[in-house]
Design a protein around this ligand. Structure first.
Ligand code: ZN
Length: 643
């Protein structure tokens, strides 16, 4: 069975009515709907292999009556042969559609339409690197497989037809080179529809002309565009627009809204203005600034980031932020393989978080908390997807969306804002990637260049690796310094240790401080001077990291002597003995020695011995602390060295 999804990239926006709110159910709803949406996209059979020509331009004429679920028209493709000896062209076109004729140099040309491929045969080989064109006339009813790329519906009694092609559905309704290797440099789209309706599409509305009882809408788009991002939507739309101040210019944001929703939409879509300005500040000018941005309402739950014309069901803050973010990440720079879908979805999800951070900061930490809890709800799963035929996995919002976004946030945490945003800007403006396709390796290279460090370890842990760490901290505060030891366990065997900078908060009723520690191995001990008496230690209070099931154990008591531990002599000169009084530790452990300023001096490991003696000859006179763990709890004490 081959079916195609309707819903893509959706982020359920909650019930936002004029103010920003946050809905914890969003992720669950998102996951379910996306799984529904992508089921059936199992059979990519497009012309990825047709690399022997380069598409320059599509001129599409489509006759659409939203009351009748069918399409007719023609598509002219301007192309350049990329290899010598080209004597045929292959387009993707679903077998449910009927090819009426193919015209080449104004002559009927033979063609074969089989197995969802349209092969056009020329009488002679075409000259290499010389632009040429061919026109396909066709009609029919696109496949209605339950996830249609070409869908008819109604709203308030009025008919509507919309398209949603991602990832493989473009050829369900038009002949094209479908895939992730070749963007057309531009498109012209003519949509003829009964005059009661308006047609929304990519680029700029160049003209609206009457043709008998029909109106022809000419949309013109002069930026490179992947086939799956070409769109149309036709119904009795109401229309309104914003002008976004944009340096010395303005950018028009057009809204094609169902008439019955236009009043409420007008109060919600206004948030797009500040979002565009924010992304412009963070990631460079809106990628299609010579044209426009737009929303067209459609009938499925969620949104789809058609280039310059996002389709949305509703107008919530997070949905609008997510789909707008795709114009930079997904449309301007498009994932070069569906295995790298996180380059679209992880980024768009993170950008919606950035809108919270900058425009509605109350929800920024909550945004991360919800996603951390989603990602860590299961022990495994990587952002990278090796099996693109596994639809539930490929479009799993927990991994491609939430974990993808958090993997980006952790990079920002590690690199700092300056390097992180520099890397993303360099990625977006890389001439080899901008308005083209990118793989994860391309992003990694830009991140490494910006931070000056090799990041293979990070991508091994967090992109291809699965699972997450749990941190276990035991601490005590003898004097001015807090001493603590961190052990780490992992939820999945694919990663043996997650190297990370840990945020640890020390606080009491009136004071607190957050300190960053580079954790490079399990069992690592730290000492930090804290100028107040600490009564609690909190690991990662602000959800900067992907982790779960963390534990923090405070000291049982400061040293006054324990029934199961005796140290002698104290004061000591050249040696000091730790005697466990006949109750040897059940587990291996260690004793850490700190000087009075909190600097780690020595570590001694024990393995069930009843007594260990350490050499203290190298210690100068003074007060020292020891820290060991017994019965899972830290024990600390002091000793003196006297010479
Ligand atoms: Zn998306």
């Amino acid at each position: 069975m081959r079916t195609f999804a309707i819903l893509f990239c959706m982020v359920v926006s909650g019930l936002l009515q004029g103010q920003v709110t946050f809905n914890d159910q969003d992720l669950e709803t998102l996951a379910k709907r996306e799984q529904d949406a992508y089921a059936g996209k199992l059979f990519p059979r497009h012309t990825e292999r047709a690399s022997n020509y380069d598409v320059r331009w599509y001129r599409c004429w489509w006759n659409i009556d939203p009351a009748v679920r069918e399409i007719s028209g023609n598509v002219t493709t301007l192309f350049v042969p990329g290899a010598p000896g080209l004597d045929s062209l292959v387009f993707d076109l679903n077998h449910a559609l009927t090819v009426d004729s193919v015209r080449y140099h104004n002559q009927a040309t033979p063609w074969l339409h089989a197995a969802d491929l349209l092969t056009i045969r020329f009488s002679a080989t075409l000259p290499q690197q010389t632009a040429d064109s061919v026109t396909v006339y066709y009609h029919g009813v696109p496949p209605d497989n339950g996830f249609g790329a070409f869908t008819q519906g109604t709203h308030n009694g009025a008919p509507v037809i919309w398209t949603l092609s991602e990832p493989y559905g473009a050829s369900d309704w038009w002949p094209c080179k479908n895939g992730l290797t070749d963007k057309a440099d531009s498109v012209d789209i003519f949509i003829s529809t009964p005059s009661a309706y308006r047609a929304a599409s990519n680029g700029v509305l160049k003209s609206v002309l009457q043709a008998g009882t029909n109106t022809v809408f000419h949309w013109k788009h002069r930026y490179p565009v992947a086939a799956y991002l070409v769109c149309l939507a036709v119904t009795n739309y109401a229309r309104y627009a914003y002008q976004v101040p944009f340096y010395a210019d303005t950018l028009e944001v057009v809204n094609y809204i169902y008439p019955e929703d236009s009043a409420s939409a007008a109060t919600e879509t206004g948030s797009i203005v500040s979002m565009i300005q924010l992304y412009d500040t963070l990631f460079g000018i809106y990628p299609f600034q010579r044209e426009k941005y737009g929303h067209a309402q459609f009938g499925w739950g969620g949104g789809m980031e058609h280039q310059t014309m996002t389709f949305v069901t509703s107008f919530g803050f997070e949905l609008l932020a997510h789909e707008l973010g795709h114009q930079w990440f997904g449309d301007k720079v498009t994932c070069g393989s569906w295995t790298d879908i996180w380059l679209n979805e992880g980024f768009a999800t993170y950008l919606s978080g950035l809108c919270y951070e900058h425009l509605a900061p109350t929800w920024w930490t909550r945004f991360r908390e919800v996603r951390v809890k989603s990602v860590t709800a299961y022990p495994g799963g990587s952002v990278y997807c090796a099996d693109t035929a596994n639809i539930n996995r490929l479009f799993d919002s927990r991994l491609s969306y939430a974990k993808g976004a958090l993997v980006l946030h952790q990079l920002r945490w590690l690199m700092g804002d300056a390097a992180f945003f520099t890397a993303l800007n360099n990625y977006l403006h890389d001439p080899g990637l901008a308005y083209g396709f990118a793989r994860t390796e391309n992003l990694k290279s830009h991140l490494e260049s910006a931070c000056g460090e090799e990041l293979t370890w990070y991508f091994n842990d967090w992109f291809t690796g699965e699972g997450y760490p749990s941190y276990h901290i035991s601490w005590t505060q003898p004097g001015d310094s807090v001493l603590f030891t961190v052990t780490q366990t992992q939820s999945h065997p694919s990663v043996s240790f997650f190297r990370m900078i840990m945020p640890v908060q020390f606080k009491n009723a009136s004071r607190d401080t957050l300190v960053r520690f580079l954790n490079t191995f399990s069992g690592q001990s730290f000492a930090v001077r804290i100028p107040f008496k600490v009564d609690s230690v909190i690991f990662d209070p602000n959800y900067e990291l992907i982790s779960a099931s963390n534990t923090v154990i405070g000291a049982v008591t400061e040293f006054t002597g324990h029934s199961f531990l005796k140290i002698y002599p104290n004061p000591a000169t050249d040696k000091l003995t730790f005697n466990f009084q006949g109750f040897p530790p059940k587990d291996p452990g260690k004793i850490s020695i700190y000087d009075y300023s909190g600097r780690l001096k020595d570590e001694f490991y024990f393995h069930r011995e009843t007594e260990i003696t350490i050499n203290t000859c190298k210690y100068s006179s003074g007060l020292y602390f020891y820290l060991l763990t017994r019965f899972g709890r830290p024990i600390t004490g002091k000793f003196m060295i006297v010479r």
